[in-house]
Design a protein around this ligand. Structure first.
Ligand code: ADP
Length: 460
């Protein structure tokens, strides 16, 4: 697809294999284009991509089934590499992070390696590694079988029960008292078995009271640069749907410094020396940062790129892609996060109920709102939202930019009032459109035309 001009020297452009990124979520593709990096896109197995509709940075499409056949996918990547070498492999999709790390390691390309990727992704190993490094870790217990639930009864309640390998808050559930524990453990086990296909164990950990924050960082050669700290709400459970993301968070200087220190140290403890990270943490007691997770990837399927670049003016994803291609040359500046150039926000429209969607009010009007850059819509009238804890996906994201965080807050209060999902009374007869089982339509309704795409569960 690249055009060759005879007689004109073609500058050497690095090529990266990008695994499982939806083309309907544009940010990382745009960054690659700006950075002069070509992409070989590995679409999700359920996604139909038409070559005409691909973002300009995509020069080739490679079909791999990373989850069902990782060995076959590794072989196919090696063959592609031997035929036409590429400089790196990346993903924004959390379950594919260990695959990508292993592929890069085997091909001698930049990356964090399989062990580090698996350790960061497995919440049991992550907690153990953070604790061994003396970082803040809530009391936790690993359960290899639901019948072992009593092992967790000694923890200080409330507790949170979650799969060791979860993402998108799948199955994550609060248990208020030891009397609730068995029921919650059974329910989480069942939900994960049906939605993830297998359960490799659960983690039960003490509930961290206090507001939640997301931190976007870049690591390179072991140096860590924190770009933004954003507010993620104060979800109380029992289930934890994603809600708001507003950056830069307004925090007392000493708390911000504690977050920075904890997150930097966590990179070291987990061995994440290179690439982007997306960290989620809560301030226990309102002051002390405790990590919930650290993903060795750009967060939110690219939403983190929108937020971090909107706040700092730095092309976060372009830097991350350069690190993955081995072409990042400048050392990372350490120190406090860069001075914000503005505020950026993501509002995840809550389902607000279950059943068949009859109408979604208040989204179309945002098309002309100057604060809004994108409305990414995943659910549509006719789709069926199943009741929690069965996760159907999020209806839509609204991505916006503002002069400061106060304006972002005010805008989110407006969205809370103005967006409403209506459901029909009928119960699902099994005949209708099921939002997760089918190939959904994804559209960016504001600022862009509707695009063909597929379902998108949420900011993984
Ligand atoms: P996932 O990887 O599935 O997103 P997380 O561990 O990040 O799982 O949990 C999802 C959400 O559940 C978090 O963003 C947070 O709101 C809530 N949560 C998880 N663990 C705890 C905890 N120990 N205390 C308080 N809230 C928690």
């Amino acid at each position: 697809m690249t055009t060759h001009h005879p007689g004109r020297a073609r500058p050497t452009r690095p090529t990266l294999v990008l695994v499982y990124q939806r083309t309907s979520l544009p940010w990382v593709f745009e960054s690659a284009e700006r950075a002069g990096i070509d992409l070989v896109l590995v679409p999700r197995p359920d996604e139909t991509v038409s070559r005409d509709g691909l973002p300009p940075a995509v020069v080739d499409v490679l079909r791999l089934d990373v989850e069902a056949d990782p060995a076959g996918a590794l072989d196919a990547l090696r063959r592609r590499y031997e035929e036409r070498p590429f400089q790196g492999v990346v993903t924004l999709y959390d379950p594919a992070v260990p695959f990508v790390a292993e592929a890069a390691e085997r091909l001698g390309l930049p990356g964090i390696g399989r062990d580090v990727a698996l350790g960061a992704q497995d919440k049991r190993v992550m907690r153990e590694r953070l604790a061994a490094a003396g970082l803040n870790v809530p009391g936790f217990v690993r359960l290899d079988h639901p019948d072992d639930w009593e092992k967790a009864a000694r923890l200080a309640f409330p507790v949170v029960v979650k799969p060791a390998h979860g993402f998108s808050s799948l199955g994550v559930t609060k248990a208020e008292s030891p009397g609730d524990l068995k029921g919650v453990v059974d329910e989480v086990w069942r939900t994960c078995a049906s939605k993830l296909g297998r359960v490799d164990g659960l983690v039960v950990e003490e509930y961290l009271d206090g507001p939640e924050f997301a931190v976007e960082s870049l690591a390179h050669g072991g140096d860590v640069r924190i770009l933004t700290i954003g507010y993620k709400g104060d979800p109380q459970g029992p289930h934890f749907e994603e809600g708001v993301y507003r950056a830069p968070a307004s925090l007392p200087a000493d708390v911000e410094e504690d977050i920075r220190r904890e997150v930097t140290a966590a990179h070291r403890a987990l061995g994440i020396t290179d690439g982007p990270t997306h960290t989620e943490l809560r301030l226990r007691g309102g002051v002390t940062p405790y990590l919930l997770e650290m993903g060795a990837r750009i967060g939110g399927s690219g939403v983190s790129q929108y937020i971090a670049s909107g706040v700092t003016g730095i092309d976060f994803a372009a830097q991350a892609l350069r690190i993955a291609a081995g072409t990042a040359t400048e050392p990372l500046a350490s120190g406090p996060p860069p001075e914000p150039v503005g505020a950026a926000a993501n509002y995840i429209v809550p389902c607000g109920g279950s059943g068949r969607i009859s109408a979604i009010r208040g989204l179309a009007e945002l098309r002309d709102d100057p604060r809004v850059d994108h409305v990414v819509q995943m659910l549509f009238p006719g789709d069926v939202v199943r009741p929690y804890p069965d996760f159907t996906g999020y209806p839509a994201f609204v991505l916006s930019r503002h002069a400061d965080i106060a304006e972002a807050e005010e805008f989110h209060r407006f969205l809370e009032r103005s967006i409403r999902i209506e459901f029909t009374d009928e119960t699902d007869d099994g005949q209708g459109t099921d939002a997760t089982a089918r190939t959904a339509r994804t559209a960016r309704t504001a600022k862009t035309d509707r695009t063909d795409g597929t379902d998108h569960g949420g900011p993984e």
